[in-house]
Design a protein around this ligand. Structure first.
Ligand code: NAP
Length: 307
């Protein structure tokens, strides 16, 4: 029986794993992806993580993992298909695609993060991987010297546009309002890119192309005017959806699907905790995910001591 199984290996899960080992627990981290680090792996440059300004996201993710390895955390690359609450212990079922296994544990920490949202317009699904992408750092290089469009006005959209502007001939940033949601420092970087054109108050209505993206149809919300923009690629950055489908029965979620938990990271199921982007919180940053790793361990220790 484990003391603690952590599901997910982004900054929150890895931080909890390190704190868990420091607390003397037997810790297993189950990670679905072959690499630890979560969304940070897809960030070109992280310039707001204290002490490491400008670090590459991939390198930061690797540092987090190395730290957990050095502490003796056990990792298993598998997908969790269910967690059941048996009162004083929980049963976690995992599969690696071939074999199904179950583990018993006193506590479970859900650190499954969030995935990109879809725009849900015609052409998006059909042209996914054929010019439609959700990850500029993964796919941006395919569009060297080309014309791309980024959709959204948050941190991710602005970071993506700045990243693409380094090697694309032209980048459109298409935002549905007349002001950006992204941090001011990111906006300043964006406004300094001569090859980025921001198209305000506009939405993408359709992504078009036979075999590959060829153009997008956009509509100006204020003037009602439609326009066709020839582009080679479209990067969609319209927010996140929490990865909680497997856990909806285990603990309560809010109307958007985030697991309801406060700063102590306790859900409404005793012994089940939620940390990082998957829990209800105002600020979703690497540093707040890492902080959850520390906060949750105080709750886990308290719970285990009273079992
Ligand atoms: P976000 O902050 O939720 O922004 C999503 C953007 O997409 C918003 O501008 C939103 O418009 C727009 N949008 C949503 N639905 C849309 C639709 N159907 N059509 C057109 N536009 C739509 O999401 P995010 O940028 O993915 O960031 C996710 C979280 O990670 C945030 O908490 C962010 O702060 C954090 N993050 C931080 C950093 C950093 O600190 N460096 C980097 C990356 C991510 P409105 O503005 O009109 O709502």
């Amino acid at each position: 029986m484990y003391d603690l199984i952590i599901i997910g290996s982004g900054p929150a899960g890895l931080s909890a794993a390190v704190y868990g080992k420091r607390a003397g627990f037997e810790v297993l981290v189950v990670e679905k992806n072959p690499m630890s680090g979560g969304q940070v792996l897809n960030t070109y440059e992280v310039d707001n993580y204290l002490g490491l300004p400008g670090i590459n996201g991939f390198d930061l993710g690797m540092k987090f993992r190395e730290h957990a390895d050095d502490m003796g955390v056990i990792f298993e690359n598998a997908e969790v298909t269910g967690v059941t609450d048996a009162g004083k212990y929980k049963v976690v079922t995992v599969t690696d695609g071939n074999e199904k296994k179950t583990y018993e544990t006193k506590t479970v920490i859900l650190a499954t993060g969030a995935s990109h949202a879809m725009l849900q317009v015609p052409g998006e699904e059909r042209l996914k991987g054929k010019g439609v992408s959700y990850c500029a750092t993964c796919d941006g290089a395919f569009f060297k010297d080309g014309t791309t469009a980024v959709v959204g006005g948050g941190d991710v959209a602005v970071e993506d546009a700045v990243f693409l502007a380094r090697f694309c001939k032209k980048v459109y940033l298409i935002h549905r309002r007349d002001s950006l949601r992204a941090a001011k420092a990111l906006q300043e970087k964006l406004f300094q890119c001569p090859n980025v054109e921001i198209i305000w108050n506009s939405v993408v209505e359709e992504i078009c192309g036979q075999e590959q993206v060829e153009n997008i149809r956009i509509q100006n919300q204020k003037e009602g005017k439609q326009e066709i923009l020839p582009v080679d690629g479209v990067f969609i950055a319209v927010g996140l959806r929490p990865n909680t489908e497997t856990f909806r029965e285990l603990a309560s979620c809010d109307e958007q699907g985030y697991l309801i938990a406060g700063e102590d990271c306790s859900t409404d199921t005793p012994g089940v905790f939620a940390i990082g982007d998957v829990r209800t919180k105002k600020v979703r940053q690497i540093v707040t995910a890492v902080a959850d790793g520390a906060n949750v361990m105080a709750s886990v220790e308290k719970y285990v001591n009273f079992l």
